[in-house]
Design a protein around this ligand. Structure first.
Ligand code: NDP
Ligand code: MG
Ligand code: MG
Length: 338
């Protein structure tokens, strides 16, 4: 059991006179930079020319090339995509670190797998929100926040942990709750969750259900509604009140079928596959495979992305959603510019 911390538990003030540079202004960079600025901190942005650069300007930040922002800042928060982070760090950040600076992350990947090896004279910390960037920003503006993990990998200053907690509080995360973790734990759990359950597991489940129905002659439209559209409605109930609420709101027929059939579908074989996936995360094989694909120009990622985007399920879904404007509401939070 780990202790949850809330706003009142974070009372130190080491962050107040620091300049915080966000390297990257995408999903997380946009959310964290705006939240910390609204909380009264001194925020600058380090980014290459392009869409994010323009968005940061529109939002009224002082925007610099990465190297210059890293030089000006005390806290350098690394929020580029994980695969490019080590290149950006080596080329533009490493030489601009000064003793006592803070190198911050929102995912432990690069530190844990030693893609980035920081010098000994800086703090290395993490603040990882447990939610997508647009939700972090929206909930902050609503006076709330999404919970976050914080971790210390290297404590040079002697108060690295307090700094990461203040950073999380500035993001609004301590209103929802802060949980301590380690870079290793956060990295391995995050990769496991997205591969096996949240994204990999769910999409494979939907896709397979869709295939079984359509191959048996059921209409693709009906199959889409049954196995994909309804997924959100079920997930909302689970989110609100766990399995109990979901079962209470559904029919006895569906509840009985769920108990009896679910474990046959996700049975021993799936559990073994999850264990194998966890082992490949723990021994670094997955990270190596992913970084090798990146360094080769992402041939595998792009091939799989195209296959997914062009599947019958994707096409049927896109057509049906075009007649349901109400399901698109969530999109209004997905543009980085305020
Ligand atoms: P995004 O892809 O949304 O944004 C990446 C940003 O980095 C963009 O502003 C992009 O700018 C910029 N960028 C890309 N390449 C370079 C480069 N070579 N030099 C400088 N800037 C560059 O990333 P996320 O916000 O999703 O992820 C950032 C970190 O946060 C990752 O470590 C991720 O694991 C973590 N995280 C993300 C969550 C999320 O909500 N998505 C949740 C929790 C953690 P451009 O417009 O020019 O491409
Ligand atoms: Mg992740
Ligand atoms: Mg049904």
């Amino acid at each position: 059991n780990v202790e949850m911390l809330y706003d009142k538990d974070v009372q130190t003030n080491y962050l107040a006179d620091k300049t915080i540079a966000f390297i990257g202004y995408g999903a997380q960079g946009h959310a964290q930079a705006n939240n910390l600025r609204d909380s009264g901190y001194n925020v600058i942005i380090g980014i290459r020319p392009g869409k994010s650069f323009d968005n940061a300007k529109i939002d009224g930040f002082d925007v610099y090339p990465v190297a210059e922002a890293a030089k000006k800042a005390d806290w350098i928060q690394m929020l580029t995509p994980d695969e490019v982070m080590a290149d950006v760090y080596k080329k533009e950040v490493a030489d601009n670190l000064e003793p006592g600076n803070i190198l911050g992350f929102s995912h432990g990947f690069n530190i844990h797998y030693k893609e980035i090896v920081p010098p000994a004279n800086v703090d290395v910390v993490m603040m990882a929100p447990k939610g997508p960037g647009n939700l972090c920003r929206r909930t902050y503006k609503e006076g709330f926040g999404v919970p976050a993990l914080y971790a210390t990998y290297q404590d040079y200053s002697g108060h690295a942990e307090d700094l990461s907690k203040e950073f999380a509080k500035g993001n609004g995360a301590a209103r929802a709750g802060l949980l301590e973790t380690t870079f290793k734990e956060e990295t391995e759990e995050d990769l496991f969750g997205e591969q096996n359950v949240l994204m990999g597991g769910v999409t494979a489940l939907i896709e397979t259900g869709f295939e079984v129905l359509t191959e048996a002659g059921y209409s693709p439209q009906l199959a889409y509604f049954e196995v994909e559209h309804e997924m959100k409605l079920i997930c909302d109930l689970i989110y609100e009140g766990g399995f109990n609420k979901m079962y209470a709101d559904c029919s006895n027929t569906s509840e009985y079928g769920s108990y009896v059939v679910g474990p046959k579908v996700i049975g021993k074989e799936s559990k073994q596959a999850m264990k194998d996936a966890l082992k490949r995360i723990q021994n670094g094989e997955f990270a190596r495979e992913f970084m090798d694909d990146y360094r080769a120009g992402f041939p595998e990622l792009y091939k799989l992305r195209e296959r997914s985007a062009n599947s019958q399920l994707s096409q049927v879904g896109a057509e049906l959603r075009s007649h349901m404007p109400f399901v698109k509401d969530a999109d209004k939070y997905s543009t980085p510019a305020e």
